[in-house]
Design a protein around this ligand. Structure first.
Ligand SMILES: CC(C)(COP(=O)(O)OP(=O)(O)OC[C@H]1O[C@@H](n2cnc3c(N)ncnc32)[C@H](O)[C@@H]1OP(=O)(O)O)[C@@H](O)C(=O)NCCC(=O)NCCS
Length: 193
């Protein structure tokens, strides 16, 4: 574990930054949209403003690299200052040298390459600043956009978990993608996509 504080990271079009109190409403708005909740867990369907405010407050006091916690990072559009999504780092409890990532974009900003730009930047932070050994991502096998994003970025599909997650009244299949630090030597994490 390290004691570094998260510092903003800028790419060409976005800024990855810590959440602010003023993000709660925008966060709630895109996180509860049907296209977003579909593979994200049923609890988001009934998520309320009060919960969004609590979530944001909690994240404001968080730092990355705490075992078995999700550190959530806001994705801000540079040109407008709008919150357009979020991404996250889950420091795995069984081995803190390995993390799981998550990512969500407001549908208004999907299919414009922002997902890839944000996740590439996140990977750069994870490998170069946090110095992690391995990153994983787990996604529903029906989540085509998420799978395409991970493949485009160069993550490897290593696992197919059959009927692994209890979700909306049934067991569903999931893919596990992974990437090792030794595989990203020479990558330009902040460059064009
Ligand atoms: C998964 C998710 C983050 C993908 O976000 P995204 O921004 O649409 O993904 P990408 O960055 O890959 O961009 C998608 C497309 O935009 C295209 N694009 C359009 N304009 C572009 C531009 N100016 N620059 C770059 N790419 C552009 C890309 O080419 C890409 O299409 P392709 O894959 O056919 O080549 C998004 O669909 C999402 O938030 N889904 C709901 C939440 C979710 O399910 N999260 C994952 C849980 S595991």
């Amino acid at each position: 574990m390290n004691d570094r504080k998260f510092i903003n990271i800028e790419t060409e079009r976005i800024i990855l930054r810590k959440f602010r109190e003023s993000d709660a409403e925008a966060f709630l708005k895109y996180r509860t949209k049907p296209d977003v909740v579909i593979y994200q867990g049923e609890r988001w369907e009934s998520y309320k403003l009060e919960q969004a405010r609590e979530f944001v407050k909690e994240q404001m006091n968080f730092e990355p690299d705490i075992p078995d916690t999700w550190f959530q990072i806001a994705i801000e559009l540079k040109s407008t200052g709008d919150l357009i999504g979020d991404c996250a780092i889950h420091t795995l409890p069984q081995d803190t040298n390995q993390v799981e990532i998550g990512y969500t974009l407001d549908p208004l900003y999907q299919n414009k390459g922002f997902g890839k730009e944000a996740v590439k930047c996140l990977l750069g932070y994870i490998f170069n600043v946090l110095n992690k050994h391995r990153v994983i991502a787990i996604t529903d096998v029906r989540n085509k956009n998420s799978i395409k994003l991970l493949e485009n970025i160069g993550m490897r599909r290593e696992g197919h978990f059959r009927k692994n997650a209890w979700y909306r009244g049934e067991y569903t299949d999931e893919y596990l993608f992974a990437l090792l630090k030794e595989e990203v030597i020479g990558w330009d994490f902040l460059g064009g996509i």
